[in-house]
Design a protein around this ligand. Structure first.
Ligand code: UFG
Length: 331
């Protein structure tokens, strides 16, 4: 399959490109490089520095590369920022994908894969989260993901478009080769922050709240390896051959880990201390979020190859240790 990976120079997109290539598909990358890294894409991979809302340029790429399926990873994903600047998020995460879908229609490309998020579900949802739970996001970020999910439902019915929606839990880890990995600026995610502390790049970190109703009082999350996410996406391709199909899958290991467990595992894997202090709760954090991924397992035959938090952190550690400055492409 000829696949256009929008946001293919970002963290999850770049891993998906490698998995597509390993599975024998042709991956073409389009990325505006606002957050993506050119170095995350191999020189042999066709690359277009282009915004998804640039309709004439996108139309030309779709035709020239004979694209059959589009994967969209180019969302902004800072939940806090989405609350202070919602229009930025509605523009990039809703208006631009809308333009992308319109251009796909114009080009006659009917297959779409969308990276959604567990944040489309509400605070009151009881984990483990299933696909059947209603959309009740509590952040502008989560709302933009929910909006695109709904748009895709209508497009599938009206135009016969076939789409797969994947709701990620906490994407983490890095590819086994150790040459691509997580590099965000600013970094807000727990695992890279704990690793930066182990490496001495940060003096210490804060644990955001230890008074949650969880076994050790810190938040529970479902950390899932970025390559496992990509494999699920590719496993859905045969199902997208059917016209007008709309698929929805939760992707997580289903085994939650607490903030303190993550810190302890980073210490074990690195053999180095992670200095931390207890801090106040971070606004918007739910006590526990983890997936019921039964549907992906049954329908796609998906099985995480990194089922334990240790196996995931080992790959993250390898990447960060070898690339202490990430892609080292900032001014
Ligand atoms: N945490 C800390 N200290 C830190 C950073 C995080 O205690 O310095 C805690 C958080 O409070 C939370 C847990 O670690 O309990 C995980 O936090 P992350 O920021 O790593 O991840 P989130 O669960 O908040 O966010 C996840 C993804 C985001 C995505 C969001 C919505 O990691 O990329 O879900 O999909 F945007």
């Amino acid at each position: 399959m000829n696949v256009l990976v929008v946001g293919g120079a970002g963290y999850i997109g770049s891993h998906c490109v490698r998995q597509l290539q390993a599975a024998g598909h042709k991956a073409v990358v389009m990325d505006s490089l606002v957050y993506g890294h050119r170095k995350a894409v191999s020189p042999e991979t066709p690359f277009y520095d282009c915004d998804m809302a640039d309709r004439p340029a996108l139309l030309e790429i779709l035709k020239k590369e004979q694209i059959e399926l589009v994967m969209h990873f180019a969302a902004f994903a800072y939940v806090g920022e989405s609350m202070s600047d919602p229009l930025k998020y509605y523009d990039n995460n809703v208006a631009k994908p809308l333009s992308l879908l319109q251009t796909m229609r114009e080009a006659g490309v009917t297959k779409f894969v969308f990276s959604s998020s567990c944040t489309v579900l509400g605070e009151e949802a009881e984990p483990p989260f299933t696909e059947a739970m209603p959309l009740r996001p509590i952040s502008a970020y989560g709302q933009t993901k929910a909006d695109v999910e709904v748009i895709l439902e209508y497009c599938a019915k009206a135009y016969g478009m076939s789409a797969a929606i994947f709701r990620y839990f906490n994407a983490s880890g890095a590819n086994e080769a150790g040459d691509i990995g997580e590099d965000h600026d600013p970094e807000t995610h727990l695992i890279p922050i704990a690793i930066q502390c182990a490496l001495g790049q940060r003096k210490q970190m804060y644990v955001f709240g230890d008074d949650y109703p969880t076994p050790d009082g810190t938040c529970l999350r479902d950390y899932v390896h970025v390559d496992d996410l990509s494999r699920a996406h590719i496993a859905a391709f045969p199902k997208l051959e059917e016209e007008g199909v709309l698929l929805k899958y939760n992707l997580g290991t289903g085994t939650p880990a607490s903030v303190l467990e993550i810190i302890k595992t980073v210490e074990d894997v690195s053999g180095l201390p992670v200095p931390y202090e207890l801090g106040p709760r971070r606004s918007g954090d739910v006590p526990a979020a983890y997936a019921d991924s039964k549907k992906a397992k049954e329908e796609l035959g998906w099985e995480p190859q990194y089922p334990t938090i240790r196996s995931i952190i080992e790959t993250a550690w390898k990447w960060h240790k070898a690339h202490p400055k990430g892609y080292d492409d900032r001014d």
